[in-house]
Design a protein around this ligand. Structure first.
Ligand code: MOS
Length: 725
């Protein structure tokens, strides 16, 4: 597996001219999904499967002193009540490869699994789980309240120059505090697992984002070697971070199935998903902006206070994009973390930027108002030539173009600079904008590509498709590279027996696993060229034919295969290009809102995003990702908010009736502009991440539009009626 050390400038995908890459092709698995025949985790048919239901802790901190298993075992159909201490492990936040361990029988948060009840039917298991008596001893030292918690630095802060002095000598300065509430991923498909043992080997059908890591986590939780674990996740009904790590249902199903000697299925209820799977930390953020008379930033401070359980590594990386986005030599960026007894905080939909950018961009709007500079212009004035402080070059950055293209398409020039200028009946109308930025990451990935004797191409990797379009784009890369029609290309994903792809997370799946597919195809091309007795540079593959040059006589590619499939595995891992360049995807959001003058209700009237993220691999799936991100931005701006009971840390609004994500009526027509770009430093396919870009700042554009509409500058998200009025 070759590290990516030197930007590959060849642009091979552009030279192919097959007309496949970048095209807005349908998802090949789309028909299976809409007809209900794509099996999701709980739907795999496994004979003789028993049903397990988790029992969750009903205290916020303490220990389990007794579980009355005898009474439960007498209930109809009950096969086992298991309170194995391995159940008490937290779900991993993911990508660690190890399931974190906590002390046996200790409870660290309300809703932590303490037992699993297994029965012949789901109803029997549920009845016994509800009836199960668990005794606890509550600890007296729990922390449920983030305002009373003690914070400590997470990592060394980024500090340069003298921010205090810059603030004092600034012509214009902003020093504001914002808050964002906890969020959950809210994936459509609840977490579910079916565990099947054959001897010492476990096959687990589940819903996961990162199979090769999840195998290690599950093996670690079970105390067995990873080679004994196979995970199958061909279709995943959304992840948004909640399926990055192994989950309780998987560990519990595996333990129960091993104990009973028969397959066990565990499906979390929606409420259990909310209570036991990772949350996004709430944040408190202080933003300081110091600017000269022309609005140029001389100082930038972004400090955040977040939380997690004791001994968890993850801290919401709130300032991740602030590190490189805007000018301001004098800076202080820092994240501090408190240990509180709520479920594990982890990655949720663009960890860091989703909430960091929405606050930074709202604060930038405050600076724009103070300086009297148009918000688009203010941002353009503050795009540094290189990363402030360390001088790292940008690999590519279409932020200025996104701001201009978005403003032109949206009709930004019609915005009134001052609030409360446009009224339609009971409604104040306003416009707002924000920049988008999300770090770009290349991670280790492998894929196998086979050119079959019948001329068809098969792509295989354990890469998952969490609704993002992996099946489509990986097939497109192979079809483009090998000159095969997309209809003659098959993509097999989501089985840990296949070569380890990047997994779906951090917007890195497409570029990383796509690059592995690209490299496998490169090798196949080399081998075909050798078979044809020509140099690879001369090789042209098109429509199943091979040409030594564009004017040569074509030869059926199958005739070169000597009756044998041609299989190659390609791989990539991050190298020098990842360190030598600042890599991010960029964009700009524009929103128009109507705010009811009497109720404070906000309706989004229009929204537009313009984005530059390197090569577009599939214009349809990329656009859908961007739109989806903006829909989440609406949720983050207006409705989404986890509510915890201050007495015990219990999550109160633990379902989709109480935790409000945007629904169709909340979402207006959304326009997406895709800006063509190539980024050779990012990956050999010259693409960057797009999966999460659409949320990173989106909520800020809505908050700014609300201010522009009615003059309410609300610094506590979500901007509900009571706060806006
Ligand atoms: Mo993402 S929140 O890294 O799945």
């Amino acid at each position: 597996m070759k590290a990516y050390d030197t930007p590959d400038q060849r642009n091979l995908l552009d030279q192919m001219k097959q007309g496949v890459i970048g095209q807005p092709l349908d998802r090949p698995e789309g028909a299976l999904k809409v007809s209900g025949t794509a099996p999701y985790a709980a739907e795999h048919r496994v004979p003789d499967c028993a049903e397990g239901v988790l029992v969750l802790a009903s205290i916020g901190k303490g220990k389990v002193t007794a579980i009355d298993t005898d009474a439960a075992m007498k209930m109809p159909g009950v096969l086992a009540v298991i309170d194995d201490k391995a159940l008490l492990r937290r779900p991993a936040q993911g990508t660690a490869g190890k399931a974190p361990v906590q002390g046996p029988a200790t409870v660290d948060y309300f809703g932590q699994p303490v037992a699993i009840v297994v029965a012949e039917t789901f109803e029997q298991a549920r009845a016994a789980a509800i009836a199960l008596r668990v005794d606890y001893e509550e600890a007296g030292d729990a922390t449920f309240d983030v305002d009373k918690a003690e914070y400590e630095p997470n990592e060394k802060p980024t500090e340069s120059g003298d921010l205090e002095a810059a603030m004092q000598s600034a012509t214009y300065s902003i020093d504001v505090e914002y808050t964002t509430p906890g969020h959950v991923s809210a994936a459509m498909e609840p977490h579910a697992s079916i565990a099947v043992w054959e001897g010492n080997d476990l096959t687990l059908y589940g819903s996961f984002q990162m199979l090769s890591y999840n195998v290690k986590e599950l093996a670690d939780a079970l105390g067995i070697a990873p080679r004994h674990v196979r995970l199958v996740s061909p279709y995943v009904g959304g992840g948004f971070g909640s399926k990055l790590g192994i989950s309780h249902d998987a560990v519990a199903a595996a333990i129960a199935a091993r104990r009973l000697g028969r397959p066990v299925r565990v499906v979390l209820t929606r409420q259990q998903v909310f209570q036991t799977i990772t949350r996004r930390s709430e944040t408190r953020q202080r933003v300081r902006l110091a600017a000269d008379i022309q609005g140029r930033l001389t100082g930038l401070g972004h400090e955040a206070w977040v939380s997690n359980l004791p001994s968890e590594d993850f801290a919401e990386p709130v300032t991740q994009a602030t590190e490189f986005l805007y000018a301001g030599e004098n800076r202080r960026l820092a994240v501090e973390i408190a240990r509180i007894n709520r479920m594990t905080a982890g990655s949720v939909r663009a960890p860091g930027e989703a909430v960091g950018m929405q606050v930074l961009e709202a604060a930038m709007d405050e600076l724009a108002e103070k300086t009297g500079i148009d918000p688009v212009e203010l941002r353009k004035r503050n795009l540094p030539a290189e990363v402030p402080g360390d001088g790292t070059p940008y690999s590519s950055r279409k932020l200025s173009e996104a701001l201009e293209a978005g403003a032109a398409a949206f009709g930004w020039k019609h915005r009134k600079a001052r609030p409360c200028q446009t009224r339609e009946g009971d409604w104040w109308i306003g416009m707002g904008m924000a920049s988008a930025a999300r770090v770009n990451m290349l991670v280790e990935a492998e894929a196998r590509v086979t050119l079959k004797t019948n001329g068809e191409v098969v792509v295989e990797t354990d890469q998952t498709d969490i609704g993002t379009g992996s099946y489509a784009i990986l097939g497109q890369i192979a079809a483009e590279m090998l000159g095969v029609a997309i209809t003659r290309t098959t993509v097999r994903l989501g089985d840990s027996d296949l070569p380890a792809g990047a997994g779906s997370g951090g917007s890195f799946g497409a570029i990383s696993t796509g690059s592995a597919v690209f490299r496998a195809c490169e090798t196949i091309r080399k081998r075909l060229a050798a078979k044809a007795g020509i140099e690879e540079e001369q090789l042209i593959l098109k429509d199943g034919f091979i040409y030594a040059a564009s004017d040569s006589v074509p030869k059926d590619v199958r005739s070169l295969l000597d009756g044998e499939d041609l299989t190659e595995t390609g791989g990539i891992k991050p190298g020098k290009t990842s360190k030598e360049y600042s890599q991010a995807s960029y964009g700009a959001f524009f929103a128009e809102v109507a705010v009811n003058a009497f109720t404070g209700e906000t309706r989004i009237r229009r929204m537009l995003g313009a984005f530059g993220f390197g090569r577009v691999l599939n214009a349809k799936t990329a656009r859908s990702q961007c739109m989806g991100g903006m829909v989440w931005g609406i949720g983050s701006a207006l409705t989404e908010e986890l509510q915890f009971d201050p007495r015990n840390g219990r999550l109160v609004n633990h379902d989709l009736a109480e935790y409000h994500v945007p629904v169709n009526l909340d979402v207006p027509a959304i326009d997406v502009i895709l800006l063509e770009e190539r980024d050779a430093a990012s990956s050999p396919i010259q693409a960057k991440g797009v999966g999460e870009l659409g949320i990173c700042g989106a909520a800020g554009s809505i908050a700014n539009a609300i201010y522009n509409a009615c003059g309410a500058r609300v610094r506590h998200f979500p901007l509900t009626l009571d706060k806006v009025l």
